[in-house]
Design a protein around this ligand. Sequence first.
Ligand SMILES: Nc1nc2c(ncn2[C@@H]2O[C@H](COP(=O)(O)OP(=O)(O)OP(=O)(O)O)[C@@H](O)[C@H]2O)c(=O)[nH]1
Ligand SMILES: [Mg+2]
Length: 198
Amino acid sequence: MSKYPQARFLKSANAPQQFVADTGAEVAFAGRSNAGKSSAINVIVNRRQFARTSKTPGRTQLINFFHLGDELRLVDLPGYGFAKVADRVRRHWAELMAEYFETRQSLSGMFLIVDMRRRITPFDRQMLAFAESVGLPTHVLLTKADKLKRGQAAKAVLEVQRELGDAATVQPFSALTREGEDQARLQLDAFLHASNDA
Ligand SMILES: Nc1nc2c(ncn2[C@@H]2O[C@H](COP(=O)(O)OP(=O)(O)OP(=O)(O)O)[C@@H](O)[C@H]2O)c(=O)[nH]1
Ligand SMILES: [Mg+2]
């Protein structure tokens, strides 16, 4: 059963005028193209192909808004760092992200999805800087944990934790084995409900 029984796709946006109404609370999933954002969303919401996954990097080019519950949303941001993207598309992405992070009142937290084997890339640092500049708490899912041996995975988590310090919390995750799904959901709910309690 879905942990978010009301979950449904709301809308894709390619421009700020298309963003859904800025009420309640939402959590944005950001990360390098192919890092596993859409796969992580599917595991957390517990629905197959809820957010579309693909083997072709750069597939999610739009900001996708999903309804999770009353005035609560999850947002799948377009992946970045895909080399074969035209400058025009790259510029559009940067402008759309800046607009989203700077204006979105309901934005309560960011999940940064990072391929555990690649560690934190310069693009990830740019995302962390966006979040920090607007005081947004960030949780890093170090995903594809199934692709590393246990020891190597634990080492990656420690290294990234040390590198990021207070800038973000970090956990291992795998969409394949579902490792870390409960912790991820707890953090998602904490971000979504924090603004109500303030
Ligand atoms: N083994 C393994 N493969 C994964 C995991 N997460 C994602 N993948 C695979 O990685 C590829 C990319 O996953 P997506 O979830 O589509 O990645 P994305 O970040 O949404 O990519 P874009 O939408 O292009 O930005 C797919 O082939 C997935 O099946 C994981 O935890 N383990
Ligand atoms: Mg995707």
